[in-house]
Ligand binder design. Structure first.
Ligand SMILES: Nc1ncnc2c1ncn2[C@@H]1O[C@H](COP(=O)(O)OP(=O)(O)OP(=O)(O)O)[C@@H](O)[C@H]1O
Ligand SMILES: [Mg+2]
Length: 144
């Protein structure tokens, strides 16, 4: 499934829809360059889950857990991970295989840990446009 958004608000809105549709135990991966819009999407997704806390990029902590929605959200940003073994130390399996929903920014860096059933989302800047256009590709799940 391919979407195009022309503003952060539109990417946020797509995240809200997907957060509303999310099911317990699902894993969503979010890939795309620095500044592509992964965290913008994640904030919308959290809103769609009913999360009321402020969602920030968890870059320096790798994992942020939000409990105020209709199920827990495990928000990973693995950009600064040096070795996938760090994921074990964080206890990622309890998140990936628990009854909350997991979002992983920069999942390509821990590809070997991503289960085949994960919903894969990539965000890319639309080429030839300096502005706000993004192409968002969703594989392995969800249609809206
Ligand atoms: N269509 C769009 N969708 C999402 N963000 C957009 C769009 N157009 C412009 N932007 C801007 O791009 C930036 C995206 O930042 P964001 O933190 O979401 O990126 P990121 O992919 O999480 O980057 P990082 O890898 O550094 O965490 C924001 O400043 C946002 O306002
Ligand atoms: Mg981010």
């Amino acid at each position: 499934m391919n979407y195009r958004t022309d503003s952060p608000e539109e990417t946020h809105a797509l995240g809200v829809k997907m957060g509303q549709a999310a099911l317990p135990g699902q894993i969503y991966t979010l890939d795309g360059d620095l500044g592509a819009g992964k965290t913008v999407f994640a904030k919308g997704f959290a809103e769609g889950l009913g999360i009321t806390e402020i969602v920030n990029s968890p870059t320096f902590t790798i994992l942020q857990t939000y409990e105020s929605g209709r199920m827990p959200l495990y928000h990973f940003d693995v950009y600064r991970i040096a070795d996938p073994e760090e994921m074990d130390e964080i206890g990622y399996e309890d998140c990936f295989f628990g009854s909350g929903v997991t979002l992983v920014e920069w999942s390509e860096l821990i590809e070997e840990l991503i289960p085949p059933e994960a919903v894969r989302i990539s965000i890319t800047r639309v080429k030839g446009m300096e502005g706000n256009a993004r192409e968002i590709t969703i594989e392995n799940g969800f249609s809206a």
